[in-house]
Write a protein that binds this ligand. Structure first.
Ligand code: PLP
Length: 381
């Protein structure tokens, strides 16, 4: 990290999230440029990061919004995203959330079950409206990512399985306040191997064909998000390979004339622009290792505790490469899983040193909790 930043940070109470808005802009431009080549629509998945500055920056770059709760729909609208560019997914949409989305005439509900279709229809009828819906289908593609963040397998709670389709098509004929406009897919998160996306393309082709045989054509196909980032090298590969990613869909998807393709990217857009900045409270000698105990913990960034996620850890106060030691870098929270990294090699680390936990821009601040009655960490830009 740059020297002037470290000086700026020294006056700020830790822990806090630092968002590099310049890198965010570069990332947003890179993705937009590639998506625009094929006239693809990209919706930003708000659940990755809802910071107001981040949202403003995303919106200014021409992205739509992908929401998974009523409050996210409200947040997107409050932050200036156009209602006609809001999509709303989630397996457990409540009546209140559906009503909010209906009242705001969002672009599309991505629906995940038969009972959900029935409820949206009922609530839309009360308002004398017709809701645009897409069916979230389960393509049964393994994303080869952590089991807690894979979503496209039949055993997951997400999406509609292929054997239900005939029932759904029959049902939709009776649900007159729904307009079926598309298909939706989302196979998981932090996918760094492009093969699952290629498999997704062939599954989508099969589904488009299957529906056509039943006389149904779609205006919209939404292939979700999930593109991963490089947690190991947040500086040398700060921006994901959007070029290859979008080119795969362009090459392999057999879209019909006029069919619009939509994406929902979260992590790939915002992860690397964020760092969690903290200070070392104590260095404690253990039996086989030393513990660097930080003033940030799983309450600010739960990914390591929740899915053994790797985040690069840097000592911003020292770059003395001659005296490198091994540390378990842990937080102050009363849980053994409150650990950011085991056996991390850092320059000799002392009380008061400033530590950066990198790539914390996605699924960091949004997952914060006040467990142990900890205070909410602020965003700094
Ligand atoms: C979480 C989520 C996304 C975004 O996932 P990323 O891995 O952050 O790109 C997109 N669509 C849906 C439906 C989601 O639940």
């Amino acid at each position: 990290m740059r020297k002037e930043l470290i000086e700026k940070f020294s006056a700020i109470k830790t822990p806090f999230y630092y968002y590099d808005l310049e890198l965010l802009k570069q990332t947003l431009r890179a993705a937009k440029t590639e998506a625009d080549k094929y006239q693809y629509h990209v919706h930003y998945a708000l659940k990755a990061n809802c910071d107001a500055q981040v949202l403003a920056t995303v919106r200014e770059h021409g992205y739509g919004a992908d929401c998974v709760s009523g409050n996210e729909v409200k947040c997107a609208l409050d932050n200036g995203f156009a209602n006609t560019q809001v999509v709303f997914a989630g397996v457990g949409k409540t009546d209140d959330e559906i009503n909010l989305a209906l009242d705001n005439d969002i672009f599309c509900f991505n629906c995940e079950s038969i009972p959900e279709l029935e409820v949206i229809n009922e609530l839309a009828a009360v308002k004398n409206k017709t809701a645009n819906i897409a069916l979230r289908l389960n393509p049964n593609v393994d994303a080869y990512t952590h089991k807690y963040i894979t979503t496209g397998l039949e055993e997951n709670k997400f999406g509609i399985n292929a054997h239900e389709l005939d029932d759904i098509i029959d049902l939709l004929k009776k649900l007159l306040n729904l307009r079926l406009i598309g298909l939706h897919f989302h196979i998981g998160s932090q996918i760094t191997d492009f093969n699952p996306f290629k498999k997704l393309c062939s599954k989508v082709n099969e589904f488009i064909h299957l529906f056509e045989q039943k006389g149904i054509q779609f205006e919209h196909i939404n292939v979700g998000g999930g593109l991963g980032i490089n947690y190991k090298e947040p500086d040398t590969q700060a921006i994901p390979d959007f070029k290859t990613y979008f080119a795969i869909f362009n090459e392999l998807l057999e879209l019909r004339k006029g069919q619009q393709l939509h994406f929902e990217l979260g992590r790939a857009l915002v992860a690397n622009c964020g760092s969690l900045i903290s200070r070392v409270i104590y260095v404690k000698k253990g039996i086989n290792t030393n513990f660097a105990i930080l003033d940030a913990g799983m309450t600010e960034l739960i990914r390591p505790a929740l899915y053994q996620a790797y985040h690069k850890i840097e000592n911003l106060s020292s770059d003395d490469k001659r005296n490198v030691q091994r540390y378990d870098v842990v937080g102050p929270v009363c849980e053994s899983s409150d650990c950011f990294g085991k056996a991390v090699y850092l320059p000799e680390t002392k009380r008061g040193h400033m530590i950066a936990i990198r790539s914390a821009g996605a699924y960091g601040e949004v997952m914060a909790s006040n467990y142990n009655l900890r205070e909410k960490a602020i965003g700094v830009y």
